[in-house]
Design a binder for this molecule. Sequence first.
Ligand code: DGL
Length: 279
Amino acid sequence: MADSIITLSRDAPIGIFDSGIGGLSVLRHVRTLLPDESLLYFADSGFAPYGEKPEAVIVERAVSIAAFLLTQNIKALVVACNTATAAAIAGLRARYPELPVVGVEPGLKPAASLTRSGTIGVLATANTLASEKFLKLQSQVAQDARVTFLLQPCNGLAHQIEKGELSSRETQQLVEHYVTPLVAQHADTLVLGCTHYPFVEQLIREVAGPEVSIVDTGEPVARQLQRLLEQRDLLRQIPATDRLMAYTTGSSSTLSLAFSKLLRLDALVQVVSATHVRH
Ligand code: DGL
């Protein structure tokens, strides 16, 4: 069902959301590629993690957040979460047909062109790996490129990252637990299928070893956003001067700290109550 007509303006901000801080790994590429744009980040930390929640809950959150960001006059929406993309992107596009909506999905195609062993490990949430959207992509790429995908749901890993534990013993043990069997089965390429995981890429690299390639989709997502804005003549002509704005349904200090620690950025963070963004 399509909502009421929305007007998009070149000078409006781009909305980017995730279940929590993971989408910052996408935001950093958007800022690098489109430095003149004004960005609004939304972390649904009060509801994180999404990875093991029922699909209906994730769809409801995505619709509510998109509606909230539209009240802030966004001109495009980046669903910087693989789990929310798999569950909700088709619904968001149907609801807001005139809004450019960019999603993120595990980089299976780039991984298929990198692998030499023909075996690729995919690290993602249980929901992403069980989704229809992912399974369709997987069978298509596996058939076309004649590669094998080893699917590894990483329960608990996004939660560790959300807590800011990027190198604690517990996080290290989880990474070892998930990555070691993939390498033992000759995976020479690992796909980061959750936007939280680039923040523990170093740890993954240490466990996997130097020979293993790691695929992240943050940059292609930023390029796709640039293409869509270009096509619709929605790129800013004059650099934005406003401060980087962020909203969270969790704690403002946690999100501020994530911006400064992970991206060395200073963001103005506001807390929105979860009910506030209910549609
Ligand atoms: N960052 C998200 C993703 O890309 C979800 C993590 C979570 O909330 O479980 O899938």
